[in-house]
Design a protein around this ligand. Structure first.
Ligand code: A5P
Length: 225
């Protein structure tokens, strides 16, 4: 079984009957959604919140009860992937463009599990370009400021057109390797008008990291607060 799948399925074991569960986005979270779907089919009761339109569709197809975010007060547990995890357990996310909803869901989650294969573990973040969600209004000027201060920036495209997020915004991918101080960079990026959210997720959001390794092993890391 593939290592992403093993990590994701291990994470699903933490879900208890009656929980409100946050569903991540991406190819690793996919396997968690598959397994949750199986559990629901076998009678598990839960409510779920999706971090993207794509995840919501997947979950509905598997009869996982999706509730609008406005209807719940808190999320018990979320399972999501990451593009990079550094040695302090900070994350870089947003390769799939869902970073804004992912961060909102992460922030309101009591127990946040990150599922990755070992290729995502890095010393320092930033080899993977850092995604930022930016508003279309004034985007050229926002990009200019980002480029001057933070490194080469690309506006993400998909099928030859500008990529549009589930929130109707754009994604700017910033090449800023190595990221020495993720928290400081996150703060500096938030200070640029037009930047709504960054793909930097602080370790303070994270409860566990489950790493699927090449053999049949799984590493479970508990992140101390
Ligand atoms: C989606 O926007 C991302 O944050 C994903 O969680 C991240 O890109 C990991 O995706 P994979 O599990 O597909 O590698």
């Amino acid at each position: 079984m593939d290592s992403k799948r093993r990590a994701a399925e291990k994470a699903v074991e933490f879900i208890k009957d009656g929980m409100v569960v946050g569903l991540g986005t991406g190819s690793t979270a996919f396997w968690a959604i598959e397994k949750i779907g199986e559990n629901v089919k076998n009678g598990m009761q839960l409510k779920a919140v999706a971090t993207s339109v794509q995840t919501e569709k997947l979950a509905r197809e598997r009869n996982i009860p999706i509730v609008p975010f406005e209807e719940i007060e808190a999320i018990d547990l979320t399972i999501d992937g990451a593009d990079e995890v550094d040695k302090h357990y900070n994350l870089l996310k947003g390769g799939g463009g869902a970073l804004l909803r992912e961060k909102i869901v992460a922030f309101h989650t009591s127990f946040y599990i990150v599922v990755v294969d070992e290729s995502k573990l890095v010393e320092k973040l930033g080899r993977f370009p850092l995604p930022l969600e930016i508003v279309p209004f004034g985007a050229d000027l926002t990009l200019h400021i980002l480029q001057e201060n933070f490194g080469k920036v690309n506006l993400r495209k998909s099928n030859g057109k500008l990529y549009s997020t589930d929130n109707g915004n754009l994604i700017a991918d910033v090449h800023s390797f190595p990221i020495e101080e993720p928290a400081r960079l996150d703060q500096e990026l938030h200070a640029v008008p037009g930047v709504i959210e960054t793909g930097l997720f602080s370790r303070s959001l994270v409860s566990k990291i489950i790493v699927g390794t090449k053999g049949s092993d799984i590493r479970i890391i508990t992140v101390e607060k």
